[in-house]
Design a protein around this ligand. Structure first.
Ligand code: FEO
Length: 392
C-alpha cells in the first residue's frame, strides 16, 4: 500500500499483510495484520519509527522512494521483534550515517538478532526528550507490552503517541484510521487476549501514566490508527480490570461421548440458571476465540476423557494456554470420565499453577454417566450460580 499522510510531516509507510494467517506459528490471524512504520520528514532529512516485517521489505523501500526520502538520520526502534525491527539493518545500509535510537535492552536484543555494532545506536533513557528538527520526541518505557525492552514515543506538540505492539490489532484494512467500530474492538480484544493478557497488572500501571498525558492520536504498529484514544484506552481499562463477567467457558474433548454428555448437561443446567456459558470443542475451536473468552469469564471448566491415565492432549494444550495467558477468572473446575482409573485431575491442576482461582468440586464419571453423576453436575451448576450471584 502506498504512503499515507497522517499530518503535514508525519506519514504511514508500512505494509498491510492481507494474507498472513499465523503469527509466531501459534496465533491465528483471521483478519491478516499490518506492520505500521512511520516516517517523519524534516527539510531534506527524515526519521523513522519502527520498520516492517522482513517479508515486506521490498514494499517498504518502495514506500521510502515514493516519499522522496534521500536521507534518514534516525530510526526509533521501540521493540526488537522482527515484524518491526526486521528491516533496520537494510535501512542502515541504504542510508549511511543513520543511527538507531533505542534503550539499552532493545539495543542488546538488536545486536544479537541483527548483528549490529555498538556505534549504530543512540541509547536513550526513560522520560528522555530527544529533539529532531522542530519536533520533540519523548520516550516512555513500557516494559512487558509484550517484551521487556518495549517503549512508547510521544510527540507533545502533535499529541501523538506511538505505541508499537501496545494497543494494536491484527487487522488488515485499507483504512488508515480506526472508525471505532465493533470489528476494530473485536480485533483489538483478540490481540489483547493473545499477546497482552499475561501482562495485565503491568499494563494497568502503563495506562495510569497514559491517562495523564494529553493524547489526540494513538498510532500503534499493528492495525488502524486511533483518532479517539479513549476508544482503545477505555477498552484496555476494562480488560485489565479485576471485573469478571457472569460467564462460564468449558474447553472440552470427548472420545466416546461420555464427557460430551457431561458438558452438555452442565451447559444446560447453567443456561437454565441464566448464566452465559460456552462449550469449546477443542478440535474445532479457534484458539484466538478461546483466548478472547478468557479475558472476562469468571469460571473455567476443563472437561476431558482419560487417555493413558491422564487428560487428553488437546485438553493439556488448552490448560497450558490458560496457564500462560493468566486470565483473571475467579473459579476453575475439572469434569471428565475414565474407564478403569485416572489421575487426570492432578495432572490438569499441575498445569494451572499460575491461575489465582478458587477450585470447584471435580466431577469424574466412570464410563457412561448415570443419574447420580448428573446430580453431581447439577450440584456443580448450583455452586457456580452461587459464586456468580456474588459477582453482580
Ligand atoms: Fe508486533 Fe512483538 O511484535
Amino acid at each position: 500500500m502506498a504512503v499515507r499522510k497522517i499530518t503535514d510531516e508525519i506519514y504511514w509507510i508500512g505494509s498491510v499483510d492481507w494474507d498472513r494467517r499465523l503469527f509466531d506459528e501459534l496465533i491465528p490471524l483471521p483478519d491478516g495484520t499490518s506492520y505500521n512504520s512511520y516516517l517523519i520528514k524534516y527539510d531534506d532529512d527524515a526519521l523513522l519509527i519502527d520498520t516492517v516485517d522482513p517479508a515486506k521489505k521490498e514494499e517498504f523501500f518502495l514506500n521510502l522512494r515514493e516519499a522522496n526520502v534521500n536521507k534518514i538520520s534516525y530510526i526509533i526502534a521501540q521493540h526488537a521483534e522482527q515484524d518491526h525491527a526486521g528491516c533496520i539493518k537494510d535501512v542502515l545500509q541504504e542510508y549511511p550515517g543513520c543511527r538507531v535510537i533505542t534503550n539499552k535492552k532493545c539495543k542488546n536484543l538488536l545486536i544479537d538478532e541483527l548483528h549490529l555494532e555498538d556505534n549504530d545506536f543512540y541509547e536513550i533513557e526513560d522520560g528522555q526528550v530527544f529533539q529532531f528538527g522542530k519536533k520533540k520526541y519523548q520516550f516512555i518505557f513500557a516494559p512487558w507490552v509484550h517484551w521487556p525492552e518495549t517503549f512508547l514515543t510521544y510527540l507533545p506538540e502533535e499529541r501523538i503517541l506511538f505505541t508499537c505492539d501496545f494497543l494494536g490489532s491484527h487487522f488488515a484494512t485499507s483504512k488508515l484510521w480506526s472508525e471505532d467500530t465493533p470489528d476494530i474492538y473485536y480485533a483489538a480484544k483478540r490481540y489483547y487476549a493473545e499477546i497482552m493478557m499475561p501482562f495485565r497488572h503491568m499494563i494497568k500501571n502503563h495506562l495510569d501514566k497514559l491517562w495523564e498525558i494529553p493524547i489526540e492520536i494513538i498510532a500503534p504498529s499493528h492495525g488502524p490508527i486511533y483518532k479517539k484514544p479513549e476508544f482503545i484506552l477505555n477498552a484496555y481499562q476494562d480488560w485489565v480490570s479485576d471485573k469478571v463477567s457472569d460467564e462460564v467457558i468449558i474447553p472440552y474433548i470427548s472420545m466416546h461421548g461420555s464427557t460430551e454428555k457431561m458438558v452438555y448437561h452442565l451447559t444446560e443446567q447453567l443456561i437454565q440458571k441464566d448464566i452465559k456459558v460456552t462449550p469449546y470443542h477443542l478440535i474445532y475451536t479457534d484458539i484466538g476465540k478461546l483466548a478472547m473468552s478468557l479475558v472476562d469469564a469468571a469460571t473455567i471448566i476443563l472437561a476431558s476423557p482419560t487417555v493413558l491415565t491422564g487428560p487428553h492432549p488437546q485438553v493439556v494444550y488448552a490448560a497450558y494456554l490458560c496457564n500462560i495467558l493468566k486470565p483473571k477468572a475467579k473459579y476453575a473446575g475439572i469434569i471428565g470420565s475414565f474407564g478403569w482409573g485416572s489421575k487426570m485431575e492432578e495432572d490438569i491442576l499441575q498445569l494451572l499453577k499460575n491461575l489465582k482461582v478458587e477450585l470447584l468440586p471435580t466431577v469424574m464419571v466412570k464410563s457412561n454417566p448415570r443419574r447420580d453423576d448428573f446430580i453431581k453436575l447439577n450440584q456443580l451448576a448450583e455452586v457456580i450460580a452461587k459464586n456468580h450471584s456474588n459477582l453482580k
